[in-house]
Design a protein around this ligand. Structure first.
Ligand code: NDP
Ligand code: 2IT
Length: 455
């Protein structure tokens, strides 16, 4: 081991190692730099982390699996996609993390999401390690049968590496209940066993958890309530600008409305809609589900259906709202966007999608003392938290009521908020939700790794 003269020097050396080994993985490097940038004081206080070289071990996944996924389309042609699973860290529990089916999936996206998942899962307080998987398969415009054949082939490649005590996938972008059903069906067929704890986000009929579809969005709003309470404010009466119209945006909209808030926007790859009356009726909220199920990928459909303005090619951050909530994908909010958000007088910037903010934008926000920034790994942890509760129910062969799941989710989000606030304060960083979440998530995993020997 090298002798480092300071914690900062050690952190820089590890980031340099990441750059040398994984320089082409831009999103992964961005994520490593963001997380490790928060840890200087922690490393200073814990030289044992340097001795055991915990930071370098954490950026090297336990294993990275890539496999061919061949399937036959409706015209009889064989199509080839690439499937991935990156098993990052299992210090505190079996590998756990979603599967993303999207044309932009590549090793960098997989590495960033798997790395991030390790800290997020630690924050939930449940025993789950970090992983991610997926494929560059693009579900847009595919028939139901094509999706089924793709999922069956994907699971044929993946099944070797997963299991209820080994690695437990779930959904993410492009993977909802339908895909989970096809994936689980194929796993069951290969294993000749009913092991439903192998995957979460299942429909209720075979072991899914109540509230799982809503969990990410609900959890994000519970977390936001904690942030607002700190400022003596509440959701009621607040306006929200949201991006995306997927599973996560839908859950967030539902809970915002239940608590008396007003969601003004949603967006898709085509642009955004602005509903000045708010996306507040059952009909409007349910239409988000229809938009997603249609796989047309158009926010404009909402504008046509409800007669509200649509802004093609634009992002919703030009709408002045009390709270900004990116819910679509990584790096969807850039420097220009956050300057606009600041100019709008928005006081709360709540990341919901995984790493939705570019580094430059995040740096700018850090300098805007009037804006409170909440980081995605804490805000969206409700999704994987209820996945963890689904695993518990499957192990017990019991189903909990929605009240029970919801109250556990609420308690978890309160704890995540409190542990993040406390962690930042412990290291003299003041009220800093971003650094606090990184530190709280990191410490638990690092301490577990220290006790388990060099690996
Ligand atoms: P969905 O597939 O339900 O919706 C994703 C939405 O984001 C779609 O509108 C999609 O449109 C858009 N989107 C995805 N990628 C891009 C892109 N590259 N450019 C522009 N728009 C894009 O996914 P979820 O709602 O489940 O996921 C949303 C975010 O929340 C993701 O960052 C995900 O990782 C995160 N998340 C999800 C959790 C879950 O439980 N589902 C849990 C925690 C975090 P299009 O398909 O055209 O790209
Ligand atoms: O990014 C995420 O946390 C998810 N997509 C949910 C993962 C899970 O295992 O429920």
């Amino acid at each position: 081991m090298k002798n480092y003269t300071s914690a900062g020097e050690y952190i820089d050396a590890v980031i340099e190692t990441a750059r040398r080994r994984d320089g082409e993985k831009k999103e992964f490097l961005q994520c490593v730099t963001d997380v490790y940038g928060s840890l200087e004081k922690v490393i200073e206080a814990h030289p044992e982390y340097i001795r055991a070289d915990i930071l370098t071990r954490m950026i090297e996944p336990d294993r990275f699996i890539s496999f061919r996924v061949a399937w036959v389309d409706d015209n009889g042609y064989t199509q080839i996609n690439r499937g991935y699973r990156v098993q990052f860290n299992s210090a505190i529990g079996p590998y756990k993390g979603g599967l993303r089916f999207h044309s932009t999936v590549n090793p960098s996206i997989m590495f960033f999401l798997g790395f991030e998942q390790t800290f997020k899962n630690s924050l939930t307080g449940l025993p789950m390690g970090g992983a991610k998987g997926g494929s560059d398969f693009n579900p847009v415009g595919k028939s139901d049968n094509e999706v089924m054949r793709f999922c069956q082939s994907f699971m044929t490649g993946l099944h070797h590496y997963i299991g209820s005590n080994t690695d437990v996938p779930a959904g993410d972008i492009g993977v909802g209940a339908r895909e989970i059903g096809y994936l689980f069906g194929q796993y069951k067929r290969i294993r000749i066993a009913f092991e439903n704890g192998v995957i979460t986000g299942k429909p209720l009929a075979y072991g899914g958890s109540l509230i799982r579809p809503e969990a990410t969005g609900y959890g994000a709003v519970y977390y936001t309530s904690e942030v607002l309470a700190h400022e003596n404010e509440e959701i009621k009466g607040k306006t929200f600008a949201l991006s995306g119209f997927g599973n996560v945006a839908w859950g967030a909209v539902k809970k915002i409305v239940e608590l008396g808030g007003i969601p003004l926007t949603i967006s898709g790859p085509d642009g955004y809609i602005y509903d000045k009356d708010g996306i507040v009726t059952e009909e409007k909220m349910n239409y988000l589900l229809e938009m997603r199920a249609s796989r047309r990928d158009r926010a404009e459909d909402y504008a046509e259906r409800f007669g509200v303005p649509f802004y093609p090619g634009k992002r919703p951050w030009e709408v002045a709202a009390d709270i900004a909530m990116p819910c679509a994908t990584q790096n969807e909010v850039d420097l220009e966007d956050v300057k606009q958000i600041a100019a709008n007088g928005t006081k709360y910037y709540i990341e919901v999608a995984n790493m939705p903010t570019t580094s430059a934008a995040l740096e700018y926000l850090e300098g805007q003392k009037q804006i409170i920034v909440a980081p995605s790994k804490a805000v969206n942890a409700g999704g994987v938290c209820v996945s963890g509760l689904e695993m518990s129910q499957n192990s017990q062969r019991l189903s909990w009521s929605s009240e029970e799941v919801d109250s556990r989710l609420k308690a978890a989000m309160k704890n995540i908020y409190k542990n993040s606030v406390d962690a930042a304060e412990r290291y003299g960083l003041g009220y800093n939700l971003v650094a606090g979440a990184n530190i709280a998530g990191f410490e638990k995993v690092a301490d577990a790794m220290l006790t388990q020997g060099a690996y």
